[in-house]
Ligand binder design. Structure first.
Ligand SMILES: [Zn+2]
Length: 348
């Protein structure tokens, strides 16, 4: 069984690793493989007149790197032909290979990322990996995971870290919300769309919308709570769904991080907002019906209607349950008490 943020049961289309599919004049999408239930991530290669640009780069995993190289070769390109690289957000499937790619780029080819997400990337996946894994273990124990499950969460974090090769920090160029970037004849407005990651970047004009994992057509992007980043990621996602919908144009092609391009931006943004609100309502209902309050893990079991939650599913479900419970705290509708080092959420 899969949670609803898992793509396994509904593959976007027949993906072929590293074969670029032309989706518009000057724009190709290539699917890069992943050894996860969500099997593919997109990379885009853009050539709007002059410059060659790459958007996201897949995992640091041989099959994925080979597929990216194949995609470029199919267009008679080498890494040194790229004029700019853009990274939408600091998740392994979007940034993983950058440390392997950077040395193959020309020295004057910038690698752009939203400034705060760039900082976040080095903070999470840099030298402090081990410390961060320990933090995940402590967080999940405090919110009701068994010791074994929490250790699995920590190990899962370190496993993901193995799919990331960071480039030297000075090799990346920060960009900012409101900046306008130029790719050949097309210009794009940079927008921050927090939620799925704390400073997720999207960029759009009236024809194209590179939306990363902020809005996916067939799956709900996971929105998880972690301490010391965004205290209310569900609200951030709800707000930036509205923000993205406001950047829509008739006939604009939405280019997601997973799955095929789509057009119904506003409708999909609204669906995702509604689904957050429904899940929040079931979170409130769950804690209201319990006598002594619920841990994050107990809440996850109820709102995802799953008696058993294991492995990655458990981590994602826990992250999302905590995100809704913390939204409740921000709204003053939920509070918590601690007992023997475990947090129980209660209605306020
Ligand atoms: Zn992704």
């Amino acid at each position: 069984m899969q949670l609803d943020f898992d793509d396994t049961q509904r593959p976007a289309d027949k993906e072929i690793a590293g074969i670029p599919v032309k989706i518009a004049e000057g724009l190709w999408r290539a699917a890069l493989p992943m050894p996860f239930p969500l099997k593919w991530v997109n990379t885009y290669i853009a050539h709007f007149g002059s410059e060659w640009c790459l958007i996201d780069c897949g995992l640091n995993w041989r099959e994925s790197r080979d597929a990216l190289t194949l995609a470029l070769r199919s267009l008679e390109l080498d890494y040194s032909d790229l004029d700019a690289v853009y990274l939408t957000h600091a998740h392994p499937d979007h940034i993983g290979a950058i440390g392997k790619i950077a040395p193959k780029l020309r020295i004057d080819t910038p690698i752009y990322m939203l400034a705060s997400e760039l900082e976040y990337m080095y903070r999470v996946w840099g030298e402090d990996r081990e410390k961060n894994a320990q933090m995940v273990i402590e967080l999940h124990t405090k919110h009701g995971m068994t010791e074994d499950m929490a250790k699995f969460s920590g190990a899962g974090f370190l496993l993901l870290a193995q799919f990331i090769a960071l480039a030297p920090r000075e090799r990346l160029t920060p960009i900012y919300e409101g900046d306008v970037i130029h790719m050949g004849s097309e210009s794009f407005l940079i927008t921050a769309a927090p939620g799925h990651s704390p400073w997720h970047m999207v960029f759009s004009n009236d024809r194209f919308f590179f939306i990363g994992d902020h809005i996916l057509e067939r799956i709900s992007p996971n929105v998880s709570y972690y301490p010391d980043t965004d205290p209310n990621p569900v609200q951030s996602h709800i707000d930036s769904l509205a923000k993205a919908a406001g950047l829509g144009h008739t006939g604009q092609m939405i280019l997601p991080g997973h799955g095929a391009p789509f057009v119904k931006l506003e409708e999909r943004a609204h669906e995702l907002q509604e689904s957050h609100l429904r899940r929040y309502a079931s979170t409130l209902q769950a804690i209201a019906q319990s006598d002594k309050g619920l841990t994050g893990m107990e809440t996850a079991h109820i709102i995802f209607r799953r008696r058993e939650l294991e492995g990655t599913d458990a981590q994602l479900a826990m992250g999302e349950a905590l995100a809704h419970l913390e939204r409740g705290r921000t709204l003053g509708e939920v509070s918590f008490r601690e007992e023997d080092g475990v947090v129980y959420y209660v209605p306020r």
